[in-house]
Design a protein around this ligand. Sequence first.
Ligand code: HSE
Length: 440
Amino acid sequence: MKPIKVGLLGMGTVGSGTFNVLKRNQEEIQRRAGRGIEIAMVADLDVARAQALVGEGVQVVGDARAVIANPEIDIVIELIGGYGIAKALVMEAIAAGKHVVTANKALLAVHGTEIFAAAQAKGVMVAFEAAVAGGIPIIKALREGLTANSIQWVAGIINGTTNFILSEMRDKGLDFADVLKEAQRLGYAEADPTFDIEGVDAAHKVTLMSAIAFGIPVQFDKAYVEGITKLGAADIKYAEQLGYRIKLLGITKRTAQGIELRVHPSLVPTQRLIANVEGAMNAVMVQGDAVGTTLYYGKGAGSEPTASAVIADLVDITRLHTADPLNRVPHLAFQPGSMSSLAVLPMSEVVTSYYLRLRVADQAGVLAKVTGLLADAGISIDAVLQREADQVSQADENQTDVIILTHDTREGTLNDVLAQMQALPTVMAPIVRIRKEELN
Ligand code: HSE
């Protein structure tokens, strides 16, 4: 059988990894797919550089639309990124009847509903394993491997840049800004790291996992997003003393009231495997009613790890592209006519537990006042720690840090209590609040 022909848009790090791995492992990939997979055309703004990477046997063009217009091409790989031209090209490729493989989490998290509907109407597939956690086959696991389960929650370290920064902060006792500079120098963080450090990249990824886990539309606009820029070395140290590590988690959970969809720093018990995922690595935990807890670990970025996911999608499409569209795996795991309208909950309705750090005047009755406010709101305390605060001036001498771990409570209830605590004259600095996930 003739090879299936692929057009690749964007010959960057992942594009060249995809080309190289396909070439290196072509014989085994063909035996798995049932026919050859050939990158027949590449589009990149830097034609000469791309041509040098792929050699003379592959046609390289500067205009991505020339790839989409080529009737020989069956599958278009979009590796341009972003919402702009990438969206136009994906929609045009679908309209031209091409299957699409993309690593573009931002595009799918924001415009996924429109893109999947267009693909459904045209009878083509949009595959996106590489969009979440790079080389870890988490989309495959959620869409297919765990299909028997009612999934209860998904929680993941799905951004390598921030996990690297948090690992360094803990190892070296440094504050966020110092580690960020070092991460940029070493190439672990982008020159503009905003999407990573503000939690946006992780929110794109958890939005996609939420849709697949619960059969709801992709709703990035409903996600609660908080990054790691305000974390200090002191809180990482205190968390450690209480038996926790701080990780940036993407969490989505099914509750009786609706779906939780959130990204924020979280205390995780040190004894959980996921708490020990360090450096730029990624890991995702999935809790299903039948399987129990499962954990997926690996590289969440990089040329060949991400290429591994792109090529897995190429093989899936090659195997399925002659199948009746009704017999393919649905884009979001659930049949398009059977999506759920379960609402994504506002953050105030989320129920979780908390780490609080208060810089207080070291006087009689201060702790009683603070814990009294929690008691009045029905919030139960799990642990309390008092530590001599790092003093920044003579005036701070009679101040101390009080760290409180709470049991589960509704976030809206805690917010009201925090406002009352903050107003106490003996609370000397903004209260630090970090959410805590037991993940058991
Ligand atoms: N910038 C991402 C990370 C990789 O740091 O994990 C691509 O999503």
